[in-house]
Design a protein around this ligand. Structure first.
Ligand code: NAD
Length: 299
């Protein structure tokens, strides 16, 4: 079975629509500002998704492109301006940044209540505490896809391959918060297959095409493929196609539930960004210390 991310993103939009309506009734208009430094081809599809998604949800969206030659201070100034602008309720700094600019240092400049990508240490801290406010969008997208599969997480064997700060680590923390028995693997893990074969839930976030083959996965496992890799198109070697980190067709043939690439994690990540934009707008006009309702009430 395929875990259809596009259909799920649409369901999330419908689920969240009343929140946007409630904000509008109070005269609050969520507005997302996406700042890109230079032009990075690998960001194109995410930026396109943001714009289309915001249009479909009815959220105001603006893209600000700074020159590739910008210094860290230039980016800091742009972030400070957006932070002070009451009309901007959510800020996103598009990564990767040109070399020489520290993403981590600059992301800390975004006020936590406008940090719609959930990358500020204060927001990451709420993930550690198991009470996420604005959590990293891709990690939340993984959790939404898992929920859509119907897998019960309590006590299940979950294996996460990849330990980056925006995907692998927060996914592991969110899984632990749901009481899954969680193992994290990475590039120094010995005998990766011995871990992945045990998994009822396998999340792969590496960036290596076909890293996970059918012999590495238990029949019937739920597999969420986060990877994005441009590889030569087998039908036309002059072109490239986008694939994930797992051998999707072989895993589907083994009875696994797999999120496809494209059309899996990507669209749900955009939906989570827009959901975070609503949460940020709500918080901007309410008690900033108030608890946000649980992210995954159905689990
Ligand atoms: P990253 O480069 O920061 O981290 C890669 C991780 O993979 C590291 O933890 C590393 O230790 C691990 N790794 C590398 N080689 C390995 C190996 N042979 N075996 C096991 N682990 C190995 O990457 P990231 O930012 O976490 O992104 C991972 C992938 O997910 C990339 O392809 C990226 O494009 C994609 N991604 C997709 C979305 C989306 O919305 N669909 C969002 C973010 C990232």
């Amino acid at each position: 079975m395929e875990l259809d991310g596009r259909a799920l993103a649409e369901r999330i939009r419908a689920r969240e629509a009343p929140r946007l309506e409630a904000l509008r009734r109070q005269g609050i208009h969520p507005s997302l500002l996406s700042i890109e430094v230079g032009e990075n081809p690998s960001s194109e599809s995410y930026l396109r998704g943001q714009r289309r998604g915001a249009e479909a949800w009815g959220i105001e969206y603006r893209m600000q492109r700074l020159p590739a030659s910008s210094t860290e201070d230039d980016v800091r100034d742009a972030l400070a301006e957006a932070a002070a602008d009451a009309r901007v309720t959510g800020i996103l700094l598009q990564c990767p940044l040109p070399s020489g600019l520290s993403a981590r240092a600059l992301q800390h400049e975004i006020p936590p209540h406008k940090d719609v990508e959930g990358v500020h240490p204060e927001n990451l801290g709420t993930v550690v505490h198991g009470r996420p406010r604005l959590a990293p969008c891709t990690a939340m997208a993984v959790m939404e896809l898992v929920a859509s599969s119907g897998l019960a997480l309590q006590g299940c064997e979950a294996v996460v391959v990849g330990h980056s700060e925006i995907v692998g680590k927060p996914v592991a923390l969110l899984l632990l918060a749901q009481d899954a028995t969680t193992t994290v693997c990475h590039k120094f893990t010995k005998d990766l297959a011995s871990h992945t074969r045990r998994a009822d839930l396998l999340v792969v976030a590496v960036g290596k095409a076909r890293l996970v083959t059918a012999d590495m996965v238990k029949p019937g496992a739920v597999v969420v493929d986060v990877g994005i890799n441009a590889v030569r198109d087998p039908k036309d070697p002059a072109k490239t196609v986008i694939v994930g980190d797992v051998d999707t067709a072989a895993l589907l043939a083994k009875g696994c539930a797999v999120s496809p690439v494209p059309g899996g994690v990507g669209p749900v990540t955009v939906a989570m960004l827009l959901r975070n934009t609503l949460v940020a707008a709500e918080r901007a006009y309410s008690d900033p210390e108030a608890e946000t309702p649980p992210l995954f009430p159905d689990l």
